[in-house]
Write a protein that binds this ligand. Structure first.
Ligand code: KG4
Ligand code: ZN
Length: 348
C-alpha cells in the first residue's frame, strides 16, 4: 500500500510517502524561525504558513519521489491534537485529495503517530510501554496493538517540552529552546545545586513540571549571570544549569516509567518518542531503564522525534492495511478535546 502522510498540527508542514513500512520520501517546511521572534507559536500565523506551503510541498514530494498522485492508495492526515487552524489546512487538503483521487482518507492521532515513529527504523515489539514527551504532551501508554493504546498517565500541568521552552525563554534562549538547552548541557557537569524532581512521592503515573519551572525561575532571578552569554564563566554557569535541568527532567521521566513497568510486567519493550525524546539525557536514562529490565528499547533517530509526516504516513499505512478509514465528514480536534474513536473498519 502506498500511503501519503500529511502533518500540519503545529509549526511544521510536512508530507511523506510510505510503502510497505518504508519511507520513500519526505518534504518539510519548518516555521520555527518565524515563530521564534514571538517566543512561541502564533496560531494565526501558523495556519497561514501551512496554507501557503502545503500545495507546493505536495508538488515537490511528487518531483522528488517520481510518484504520481494517481499511484496513491491512502491519504493519512493528522487530525489532532494540535492548533485547530493548522489542522484544518491539512485535513481539508487531505479530504480534497481523497475525493479527487477516489481513495480512502484516514485521520491520525498525532500522539500515536509520534509513538509509531519508533517503527520507521526498528521492528515494533508488542506489548509495549511508551513514553511520549513533546512540546504539548507528556504521557505513558500501554500499547497492545496499533489500534489498542491505553493511556496510563499524563502531565497534570506543563508538558516536558513546554518546561524546556518556558525555562529557555527565561534564560533568553530562542524558541523552541529544548535543543539549545541540550547542546549547552553537554558542555558541563551538573551544577552543585539540585533542581527539584517534582511529583515523585506518590504512586501515580501522572507528571507535573510546573514546580520545576517555578524553581528554575527563582534560580534565574537570583543568578542574573545565567542570562548573560558574553562571559565564558557565565556560559559555564549556564551549561551547568542546563545539565541540571536535563538531569532533573530525565530522572522524573525514568522514575514514572519504572513505576509503570512495575505495574505492567507483561511488556516486552519500551518506546520513547516525541520532540523531547531527542534529548541526550532522556535517551540515556530511558535506555538504561530498558536494559536494567531486559526490555527492547525503541527510539526514533532525533530527526524523527520532532514533528514530521513520515510517522503519520507510517501509522496510516499500518491502520490502512488493517482496514481502517474515515468518512469525509471527519473532524479535526484541537489540544484539550478528546479525539473520538470514530475510525470505520472495512471488513472485506
Ligand atoms: O514533538 P514536537 O516536535 O512537537 C509537539 O508535538 O509538541 O516537540 C517539540 C518539543 C519542543 O518543546 C522542543 O523544545 C522539544 O520538543 N525538544 C527538545 C529537544 N529537541 C526538541 N527538548 C529537549 N531536548 C532536545 N534535544
Ligand atoms: Zn508533535
Amino acid at each position: 500500500m502506498l500511503c501519503l502522510g500529511i502533518e500540519s498540527s503545529c509549526d511544521e508542514c510536512s508530507l511523506a510517502l510510505v510503502r510497505d513500512g518504508i519511507l520513500l520520501e519526505q518534504v518539510l517546511a519548518s516555521q520555527a524561525e518565524l515563530h521564534s521572534i514571538f517566543g512561541g507559536v502564533v496560531p494565526e500565523l501558523a495556519s497561514r504558513e501551512h496554507y501557503r506551503h502545503i500545495g507546493p510541498l505536495f508538488d515537490l514530494l511528487g518531483q522528488k519521489s517520481g510518484i504520481n498522485p494517481d499511484e496513491l492508495d491512502l491519504v493519512a492526515v493528522t487530525r489532532g491534537p494540535g492548533l485547530l487552524g493548522s489542522l484544518l489546512v491539512g485535513t481539508a487538503f487531505a479530504k480534497a485529495l481523497a475525493l479527487g483521487l477516489n481513495i480512502p482518507l484516514l485521520g491520525i492521532n498525532h500522539l500515536h503517530a509520534h509513538l509509531f515513529a519508533c517503527g520507521l527504523e526498528h521492528n515494533l515489539v508488542y506489548p509495549a510501554l511508551s513514553l511520549l514527551v513533546s512540546g504539548g504532551h507528556t504521557e505513558i501508554h500501554l500499547i497492545e496493538a496499533p489500534d489498542k493504546l491505553i493511556k496510563l498517565g499524563q502531565t497534570i500541568d506543563d508538558a516536558a517540552g513546554e518546561a524546556y521552552d518556558k525555562i529557555g525563554n527565561m534564560l533568553g534562549l530562542k524558541y523552541p529552546a529544548g535543543k539549545q538547552i541540550d547542546i549547552l548541557a553537554l558542555e558541563a557537569d551538573c551544577a552543585p545545586y539540585c533542581l527539584p524532581r517534582p511529583y515523585l512521592d506518590n504512586n501515580s503515573l501522572n507528571f507535573s513540571f510546573s514546580g520545576l519551572k517555578t524553581a528554575a525561575s527563582l534560580l534565574i532571578k537570583n543568578n542574573p549571570a545565567l542570562t548573560e552569554f558574553t562571559h565564558p564563566l557565565h556560559m559555564r554557569e549556564l551549561s551547568r544549569f542546563c545539565a541540571s535541568l536535563n538531569q532533573s527532567v530525565s530522572a522524573v521521566l525514568a522514575h514514572k516509567l519504572s513505576l509503570a513497568l512495575d505495574q505492567h510486567t507483561q511488556v516486552r519493550s519500551i518506546w520513547l518518542a516525541g520532540g523531547v525524546a531527542a534529548n541526550s539525557a532522556v535517551r540515556e536514562q530511558i535506555e538504561n531503564l530498558a536494559s536494567s529490565r531486559n526490555l527492547c528499547f525503541l527510539v526514533p533517530s532525533t530527526h524523527f522525534c520532532t514533528d514530521n509526516a513520515a510517522m503519520t504516513a507510517f501509522l496510516g499505512e499500518i491502520l490502512g492495511e488493517m482496514g481502517y478509514f474515515h468518512f469525509l465528514d471527519m473532524e479535526a480536534y484541537p489540544r484539550g478535546r478528546k479525539i473520538p474513536a470514530d475510525m470505520q473498519k472495512n471488513t472485506i
